[in-house]
Design a protein around this ligand. Structure first.
Ligand SMILES: [Zn+2]
Length: 255
């Protein structure tokens, strides 16, 4: 089993360095485990990316801008590992979410060992994300970059995964937690001038016909209204340029 710990897919998510440092203390056989800094150039400039989001650039292009060619170079490395762990941070209050792009048996076994609060099956961006190239790809999106609690939780949960895989020898303590699974199906557009309404939050159900955003003008089109029930995921006014975030449905983890 070859495990790749991928950090700094986004060059400003520096918590990845700390996670790598902590994980190296487990002294896992170097033939089985390696660390990769995905976007060196963005990391050195402390920027999310140079030309475009690397995590939307896979499988990449032989010729193109920095992230397109970088994705192309990284793809075989990601494919050659049996398990890729991708470390992120977010300003959204995602409360310990693991992101995957598929939910096959091998992936599910890993998730059940970790027992995170939330699993987001990213169908909206699935083919362009780094983990989409992996045999088993698990992205940690637990919280803010400089939060020591966030670091501690990620290291603890990666350790759980390594205990499950037999890389760290210690008993796996059961957590009495039902993992909530969400299928993230599509983006929610953010038209110019619109803002989210105050109580619209990640994981809080928006019902069909409910207003979720407004342009604060007294017109017929002042509010954006849900066409169907959905759970907002990674939602915020300033997370992305053209979208508020993503729309998700609850699913059972059994499928
Ligand atoms: Zn990220």
């Amino acid at each position: 089993m070859k495990i790749l710990l991928n950090i700094l897919t986004h060059g400003d998510e520096r918590i990845g360095l700390k996670v790598a440092q902590e994980i190296q203390r487990f002294k896992i056989d170097k033939n089985l485990f390696s660390v990769q800094i995905a976007n060196q150039k963005a990391y050195k400039k402390n920027k999310r990316f140079i030309h475009q989001d690397l995590n939307r650039s896979f499988p990449g292009k032989k010729t193109g801008n920095h992230e397109e060619t970088l994705a192309y170079k990284l793809t075989p490395l990601i494919k050659s590992a049996d398990l890729v762990i991708d470390i992120h941070s977010t300003l959204c209050n995602l409360k310990d979410a693991i992101i995957v792009t598929k939910l096959d048996t091998a992936t599910k076994r890993c998730l059940e060992a970790i027992q995170p609060k939330y699993v987001l099956v990213m169908n909206a961006t699935k083919n362009n994300a780094l983990i989409s190239q992996a045999k088993i790809g698990i992205a940690f999106e637990y919280g803010q970059d400089n939060d020591p609690k966030n670091l501690e939780k990620m290291v603890k949960d990666i350790k759980r995964l390594f205990v499950h895989l037999g890389l760290v020898k210690q008993p796996l303590r059961k957590r009495n937690r039902a993992i909530k699974y969400f299928n993230v199906t599509s983006e929610v557009a953010k038209p110019k001038g619109y803002q989210l309404l105050k109580d619209i939050k990640s994981y809080k159900l928006v019902r069909k016909s409910e207003a979720y955003a407004t342009n604060n003008k007294n017109t017929l089109m002042a509010n954006l209204v849900a066409q169907e029930d959905f759970y907002p995921i990674l939602f915020g006014d300033s997370n992305y340029e053209t979208i508020f975030g993503f729309m998700a449905k609850k699913i059972s983890g059994l499928a």
